[in-house]
Design a binder for this molecule. Structure first.
Ligand code: DC
Length: 212
C-alpha cells in the first residue's frame, strides 16, 4: 500500500508521516530530504545550475539511501548538512528543474517496491504516485507554520533568526513551490485535506490513522 502526504513546509508533514509509518509498520520516505541531498551534492561539487552537462553527470552518479533516521549520498552521511542554510537557499531552485525531477522520480518509484510505504513531500499524490491508495494533504496557517519552523531552527542552533524573517521565507517558498511549472505544490483532487493549525502531532496522526 502507498500512502502519500503532501503539503507545504511547517504543516508537520515529516513528523506525522514518520509516526504514521511507525504505527502502521510501513516504511517511510522523506522526499524533501532527497531534493535536499542532491542540492547538497551540487554545492559540494560546486556545479553551476546552468551547466547542464555537469548537472546530468552528477545526477547519473547520484545514489541516495535512507536508513532509519539517517540519509546517505554515495555512502556519506548527510543527515545534518542537508538541513543547512546553504542547502535551504538553493533547494527550491534545484527542485524546480525538470532534469532533476526526472532523475529523482525513479528513486522514489524503486523505493515503493519495497512494500507498504508512507511517502511525504509536495507532488507525491499528483505526479509520482497518482494511483496511491490513500492521499493526504496537510495545511496550516502561515503564522503557525512559521512558529513551528522557528522552533525547529532554534533547536538546530540558529539563535539570531526572527519570526518575521521565517514568515517571510515561508511566504516566498510557498509562492515559488506552488507557482513553478513542473510538479507544483498542489492538492491532489482525491486527497483528504487536514488543517493542522490547531492540532497536535498526536491528533493529526490519530486522524490519519482512522482514515487508513
Ligand atoms: O520538505 P522540505 O522543506 O525538506 O523540502 C525541501 C524542498 O524540496 C522544498 O523547497 C520543496 C522541494 N520538494 C519538492 O519539490 N518535491 C518534493 N516531493 C519534496 C520536496
Amino acid at each position: 500500500m502507498i500512502i502519500t502526504i503532501d503539503g507545504p513546509a511547517g504543516t508537520g508533514k515529516s513528523t506525522v508521516a514518520k509516526k504514521l509509518a511507525e504505527t502502521l509498520g510501513f516504511a517511510y520516505f522523506d522526499t524533501g530530504a532527497l531534493y535536499r541531498a542532491i542540492s547538497w551534492k551540487i554545492l559540494q561539487e560546486k556545479i553551476s545550475l546552468t551547466d547542464r552537462e555537469k548537472l546530468e553527470e552528477i545526477l547519473y552518479q547520484f545514489s541516495f539511501c535512507q536508513e532509519k533516521d539517517r540519509y546517505f549520498v554515495n555512502g556519506e552521511d548527510v543527515t545534518a548538512v542537508i538541513r543547512s542554510q546553504a542547502v535551504t537557499e538553493i533547494v527550491s531552485e534545484v527542485s524546480a528543474m525538470k532534469v532533476v525531477r526526472d532523475a529523482l522520480k525513479p528513486i522514489q518509484i524503486e523505493f515503493s517496491k519495497k512494500g507498504s510505504v508512507v511517502f511525504e513531500g509536495r507532488d507525491l499524490g499528483t505526479v509520482v504516485f497518482p494511483h496511491a491508495e490513500i492521499k493526504f494533504f496537510l495545511t496550516a496557517s502561515p503564522e503557525v507554520r512559521a512558529k513551528r519552523r522557528l522552533k525547529e531552527l532554534r533547536r538546530l542552533g540558529a539563535s539570531s533568526v526572527t519570526l518575521e524573517k521565517v514568515l517571510e521565507d515561508i511566504h516566498e517558498r510557498d509562492r515559488f513551490d506552488s507557482g513553478r511549472e513542473i510538479a507544483p505544490l498542489k492538492k491532489p483532487s482525491d486527497a483528504i485535506v487536514i488543517d493542522t493549525t490547531h492540532l497536535s502531532i498526536e491528533e493529526v496522526v490519530n486522524t490519519l490513522k482512522k482514515y487508513v
